[in-house]
Write a protein that binds this ligand. Structure first.
Ligand SMILES: [Zn+2]
Length: 139
């Protein structure tokens, strides 16, 4: 089961700003890229203007493995927005790079989700304008 959308209501879409633009440009290319500090190599997500470790403002967008594990999840039994159809699950994926990404699973029902489940990124065209990084069960 994946997230189903109510086509009669637009879903909230990501707001672009200078700090996250590189992330969403990567998604448009169907590539998961993450912000990385040019000074010390620390990965950051969500993107931010300054490295949390060394405070450098020199950053770059680096390709991520797209692999991780489910760190936590929640299943909505009632949709919090009219654009979504319940039930659906939101997962917090811990990527191999050590950062966490909020997303959804594709092809995995709520009863199958488990902490530590290995997952890999896929890109889901949720409407005409919006492509989102989501995750499927890996190997
Ligand atoms: Zn740094």
């Amino acid at each position: 089961m994946s997230v189903e959308y109510n086509k009669e209501h637009p879903i909230p879409v990501p707001a672009l700003h200078p700090d996250n633009q590189g992330f969403w440009e990567g998604v448009e290319r169907q590539e998961l890229v993450l912000q990385r500090c040019k000074g010390c190599g620390t990965w950051s997500h969500p993107p931010r203007p300054m490295c949390p470790k060394c405070r450098s403002q020199e950053r770059e967008w680096s390709p991520a493995s797209g692999k991780g594990t489910v760190y936590s999840w929640v299943t909505y039994r009632e949709a919090p927005h009219p654009g979504f159809k319940a039930p659906y699950s939101v997962v917090l994926v811990e990527l191999e790079e050590g950062v966490r990404l909020v997303s959804n699973l594709v092809g995995v029902g709520p009863e199958e989700i488990a902490i530590g489940m290995p997952v890999e990124v896929v890109f889901d065209q949720v409407n005409d304008e919006t492509l989102l990084p989501k995750f499927r069960k890996a190997g």
